[in-house]
Design a protein around this ligand. Structure first.
Ligand code: AMP
Ligand code: ZN
Length: 470
């Protein structure tokens, strides 16, 4: 498999440290609110990465943290506690907030057919380990104590900027964005390992420590949870591109200072889902959730299908129009698979050369830095292939589904038959033609006829979408 490595800024051959077991760490959600569609995009691509590795024959040990300890508003340690903000908003304790949104997160990922990581670790379960880790760093001379907090001194770590490739001045600007400068830091990029004091004294989760009652800095949880569950060296570390300059840079600095070894072999970063205002984020207030999509009548797997048609290293623009188009394409795909199931015939193995060829093509797409869009193209080729019988097609689809996980073979009661879908599309084409000829009466008649059959048309900039209504 070839995969892009942020650390080397190159596409590389993937060779795990141990031939058969891939150790994979993925930064998990902050559970003070629902995950938004941008977060979920990341988890879908990470799911594809894990399932591709499994598909290619590796064993994977995957860890994900749950940030249930309130970390500060910005990556650079200043700002308000997110968890507390959630608790205030909802009149619950921070612990209740964390438990509630952790459950909501797992419900969301289940609906998107995302495999739950083998090890899910709550940040608040590792307090003793953080203290031990900070003591270790202190013994080695990497920390200093100022104004009640323990800081990591980035000048003590060689090559602090190796992941981002940015110079320190640009990083300084990145970490100063919108936040007040902490005057107690020796260097602007230094970060807090343990807080006993911050701008807000009412942080609700606090623990005893050698430095006083307080709470851990944010970056530390990923380093320690990874160390404890995967050992000192791992293969892949995943997260969003926003984590490159601060969070992951700090994770590397403290982990490698602690162990004296190089830590992550491949850094994997997913690009953003954007809306018309730019990066989608929870902190902006209004955000799109999976339950909102469901309320609007979308199938969560249409969103998965939408995401899989993009490459994880490219930004993806979200709009309801494009989601609707994805849902239509997805429904049509399912109806075509249903047709194959209703007409299952032939022996698997009858056309073994063609069968192997499609399988290899599919594998090659995934092994090419996870090109899911091309993998889906191979799926379409299989469906319309003339050199395969229907049972061979179904067998390949079943195989491809190990990674795509789109429930293509699942029986659903309200699934439309392929000929009905074709009929709807014919009618839409006729209506477009009528509109082009300014025959609006006919166009309206076609719309009304479809509506009577429970199909609602929606004109969008990208064309006409349809939806089944009850
Ligand atoms: P958070 O819960 O805010 O810590 O974010 C969880 C994950 O979602 C992180 O890996 C982020 O990098 C990622 N993420 C945040 N916003 C977006 C977005 N708009 N598009 C894609 N991923 C995002
Ligand atoms: Zn992390």
């Amino acid at each position: 498999m070839k995969i892009y490595n942020t650390l080397t800024r190159k596409i590389e051959d993937f060779r795990p440290r141990d031939e058969k077991l891939v150790k994979m760490y993925t930064c998990g959600p902050t559970v003070y609110n629902y995950a938004h569609l941008g977060n979920l995009r990341m988890y879908i691509h990470e799911d594809i990465l894990e399932k591709t590795l499994l598909y290619l024959g590796y064993n994977v040990k995957r860890v994900m943290n749950i940030t249930d300890v309130g970390h500060l508003e910005s990556d650079a340690d200043e700002g308000e506690d997110k968890m507390l903000k959630g608790a205030k908003r909802e009149n619950k304790t921070v612990w209740e907030i964390a438990a509630y949104y952790t459950d909501a997160f797992f419900r969301d990922i289940e609906k998107l057919n995302i495999k739950k990581p083998e090890i899910v670790a709550k940040a608040t379960d590792y307090i003793e380990e953080y203290i031990e880790f900070i003591q270790g760093l202190t013994e080695k001379g990497y920390t200093y104590f100022a104004n009640g907090n323990v800081y990591f001194d980035i000048t003590k770590f060689e090559d602090y900027t190796k992941l981002s490739g940015m110079d320190l001045d640009s990083l300084k600007i990145a970490s100063r964005e919108d936040v007040e400068v902490d005057v107690h830091k020796k260097n602007p990029q230094d970060f807090v390992l343990w807080f006993t004091k911050s701008k807000f004294d009412n942080q609700a989760m606090k623990w005893d420590s050698p430095w006083g009652i307080g709470y851990p800095g944010w970056h530390i949880e990923c380093s320690v949870i990874s160390l404890k569950n995967l050992g000192e060296q791992i293969d892949i570390h995943c997260g969003g591109v926003d984590h490159i300059p601060v969070h992951h840079t700090n994770e590397i600095a403290q982990t490698e200072s602690y162990t004296g070894k190089d830590w992550v072999k491949y850094w994997w970063h997913g690009e953003f889902l954007i809306d018309n205002e730019g990066k989608m984020s929870k902190s902006k207030g209004e955000f799109l959730t999976l339950s909102l999509l469901e309320k609007k009548g979308y199938n969560p797997l249409s969103y998965r299908y939408f995401v899989l048609n993009s490459h994880y290293r490219k930004q993806l623009a979200f709009s309801f129009d494009s989601l609707t188009s994805a849902e239509n394409a997805y429904n049509k795909l399912k109806s075509r698979v249903k047709y194959l199931k209703d007409n299952a015939e032939g022996e698997v193995g009858e056309n073994s050369d063609a069968y192997e060829k499609y399988k290899n093509d599919y594998r090659a797409c995934l092994a090419d830095d996870l090109n899911t869009a091309n993998a889906i193209t191979v799926l379409y080729e299989v469906i319309k292939a003339e050199d395969l019988n229907n049972n061979e097609k179904l067998s390949l689809i079943e195989d491809f589904e190990k990674v795509l996980s789109l429930d293509l073979l699942k029986d659903e009661e309200d699934q439309l038959d392929e000929d009905i879908v074709r009929y709807i599309e014919d009618m839409i084409a006729k209506r477009q033609e009528a509109k082009k000829n300014k025959n609006y009466d006919l166009a309206d008649k076609i719309r009304a006829e479809l509506l009577e059959k429970g199909i609602m048309l929606e004109d969008t900039r990208q064309g006409v979408n349809w939806k089944k209504i009850n």
